[in-house]
Design a protein around this ligand. Structure first.
Ligand code: AMP
Ligand code: GLY
Length: 421
């Protein structure tokens, strides 16, 4: 079968890489892909927000399965359109994607399902939201309801910061209509983890837990990013914590979606805060995490097609998870200035010197003649497996040290919660 992966980051490179190893996959395409996906797949021109264009390409290339990476096309209904055209698509339809696309929808579903999460209020009027914040007198988290490219959430230390966030979101409308509704919630303490399951609407398959590192700097300092590195498994997710995540979060969420007549198909990626062994939900995402996918795919044993196709077709029976390596860890190499403004077009060297015990997924690269150059903030995601996190980290960091581009920055402490040195 031919498979099309939609997106252009390291998540899509990792998915395309794994799919290209499937004995049942004849050809992998990426739209639009990057210089890394071109090594394992055929890149097709197109834009991820051109939904009709993607349907046409899938029909023209006789694609058997489309795997959608990013959230925007999911929320806008790409999977609905693909299914209407008779094409198997991995990912939720636009109703399922509202779990990520609307914070108020997701919080209300959590309330209905009895899922543990921070107490919250929903506001559509700026003056009412401001009054609530002034009277609360405690740290609060202000969230734009809709998609805001990861910038719509402010963990406010005090009233002034919360008011400033409301001003930006509701009055200046920095994120457009995504900020016409806001969710204001209690601030939670603990360790953040990423928990993914894949559902077919009836059943689900749990994937290995992972932990991302969202701040740009070592010691979890500096501004938030899309993620500077990840590893799997995080020790904070003990077997008991995992059981609670499944029983209290995953199963009630899926059951509630089904009871509403909108069974969820695709990846449910739950962002959780774990405090003293108790999981609380921060958010739902309805696509694979990036860079979590890189470590999950690195650990996945064997063919990944049955998982993705089974979910798309609504039948995951017989799909089992086996982990080829006990641990995996990835380090993001980012451009200088990221997550602020950064330069593009810097030549990348040393990719050919990376040892075979690491794999380099491309996040923001493009091919310029013979050269591979930077074209994004997150540039490369250097990934390795190991018998434990220390070994995976040693291999990943050894590979990082063989790669150069001007201004490259990376965190040196990925996996610090799990590493012994
Ligand atoms: P979200 O997009 O809702 O996951 O929020 C982005 C980031 O903000 C999360 O990854 C957390 O680091 C932080 N965050 C969100 N909600 C809360 C909360 N209730 N308490 C503390 N931190 C939060
Ligand atoms: N790494 C976090 C995310 O993909 O949202």
């Amino acid at each position: 079968m031919k498979v099309l992966v939609v997106g252009s980051g390291a998540r899509e490179h990792a998915l395309a890489w794994k799919l290209s190893q499937s004995p049942s996959v004849k050809q992998v395409y990426c739209l639009p892909g990057n210089a890394g996906t071109a090594q394992v797949a055929t890149n097709l021109e197109g834009k991820v927000d051109d939904l009709d264009g993607i349907v046409s390409v899938a029909l023209a290339q006789a694609i058997g399965l489309v795997v959608v990476g990013p959230e925007d096309p999911l929320v806008r209904g790409l999977v609905d359109k693909l299914r209407a055209a008779g094409i198997h698509a991995f990912g939720p339809d636009s109703t399922g994607a509202r779990l990520e696309g609307s914070k108020s929808f997701s919080k209300e579903l959590m309330r209905e399902a009895g899922v543990p999460t921070a107490a919250f209020r929903v506001f559509t009027q700026a003056d009412e939201a401001e009054r609530y914040v002034r009277e609360a007198k405690r740290p609060l988290v202000v969230k734009a309801d809709g998609l805001a490219a990861g910038k719509g959430v402010v963990v406010a230390q005090d009233t002034q910061e919360a008011l400033a966030a409301l001003h930006l979101i509701m009055r200046e409308r920095a994120f457009g209509e995504a900020g016409d509704t806001v969710v204001i919630e209690e601030c939670l303490q603990g360790q953040e983890v990423s928990y993914h399951i894949v559902s077919d609407g009836e059943r689900y398959v749990a994937l290995a837990p992972a932990q991302d590192h969202k701040r740009v700097g070592d010691g979890d300092r500096g501004p938030n990013t899309g993620g500077m590195g990840a590893y799997s498994p995080p020790p904070v997710v003990t077997p008991d914590v995992e059981r609670k995540i499944l029983e209290r979060v995953v199963e009630p969420t899926l059951a509630t979606m089904k009871r509403r007549g909108t069974p969820f198909r695709g990846t449910l990626f739950v962002g959780l805060m774990i405090h003293e062994g108790e999981p609380m939900v921060l958010e739902y995402n309805t696509r694979f995490g990036d860079p979590e996918t890189e470590v999950i795919m690195a650990r996945w044993d064997g063919d990944v097609l049955p998982l993705l196709l089974g979910s798309a077709r609504g039948d995951l029976r017989g799909v089992e998870t086996r982990w080829a390596a006990p641990s995996a860890l990835c380090v993001v190499m980012a451009a200088a200035g990221y997550p602020g403004s950064y330069a593009k077009g810097r030549e990348i060297t040393g990719l050919d010197r990376v040892s075979s015990d690491a794999v380099v997924f491309h996040a923001g690269t493009s091919q310029q003649g013979e050269q591979i150059v930077t074209s994004g903030g997150r540039v490369l995601v250097v990934t390795a497996t190991g018998d434990d996190i220390d070994q995976a980290a040693a291999r990943a960091y050894a590979a990082v040290s063989s790669i150069q581009f001007e201004g490259a920055q990376h965190r040196r402490d990925i996996g610090h919660h799990a590493r012994s040195r």
